[in-house]
Design a binder for this molecule. Sequence first.
Ligand code: NDP
Length: 325
Amino acid sequence: MFQAWLLDKASGTFQAELREIDESRLPPGDVLVQVLHSTINYKDALALTHRAPVVRNWPMVPGIDGAGIVLESRHAAWKPGDRWILNGWGVGETHWGCLAERASLRGDWLVPVPARFDTRQAMIIGTAGYTAMLCVQAIAAHDLRPEHGEVLVTGATGGVGSIAVALLARRGWKVVAVSGKPEREDYLRALGAAEVLPRQSLSEPGKPLQKERWAAVVDTAGSHILANACAQTRWGGVVAACGLAQGMDFPASVAPFILRNVTLAGIDSVMQPLGARRAAWAALADELDASQLEAVAHDIRLDQALEAAQALMAGRVSGRTVVNI
Ligand code: NDP
């Protein structure tokens, strides 16, 4: 038996419960793992609170992220005792996930924990941090560098935002953070933000082209914030769009793309091939130090996951929530 959160609709209404589950109920997989740490990403919070249709098979064990130790393996790349990280691949959506003591996963999905990190540090980063690195790499892939100007990070106190601020500041960028939490300005400055703008400065409908300011943008918000960020991006800039915290819509015009050569770079962490994941994790290990990770982390137990998800949905969480399993 193992403990896991189980999301179900069998009774006709949605239920999220911490349950004892028999190992024989685990889905097929070629690697049986012990999950030592997981985390509460935005998507996990949506699943646990049933605020959006993240879960596509019922019943479901949520948890799109995990890190731990291999217990049994029929996959050539993995053996008992190996330390693994799992991010995405539909785990916690269509395949039982990592808010659980055990998981049955596919070896092809797993990335080794970089030597510099323990499994808790890997989950401080989690999908949020790995996505932040994909955004930073998308900006760098367009040969944009700190000398080209300022970089904007939206939803800055969130998981993706916090780690994006830290990574970009460490690469030498002047980071301007947008946040709806004015009381967290010190937190953002400690991570490396040079300036903090109120969320309202970007969240209302704006003109299709505005005064040019950003050399690059990491956007976690979508909707008007993304539209305004594009409208303020300088000629030749890149906007890496990964999130929808304000909304799924994109009320914008093509003007920034056709008149200012702006590139809108879509970022999806879930289906990234293994090579890109390994490269992102290697860069995270090179560029984030333990003190930066501790600055964004707060720890909970497995039984507190639902409460933490509700707090995240209510906008009461900054940084990264690590679940100690
Ligand atoms: P968090 O909940 O940790 O952070 C989201 C942040 O967005 C909040 O902290 C808040 O920051 C800001 N925010 C909240 N509500 C609103 C609103 N109504 N309008 C504008 N901003 C708002 O989530 P994550 O960092 O884990 O994820 C951020 C986004 O990125 C989510 O939409 C998530 O689904 C997406 N995502 C996408 C991935 C991909 O592969 N494409 C992978 C990971 C995440 P503040 O108060 O500082 O403004």
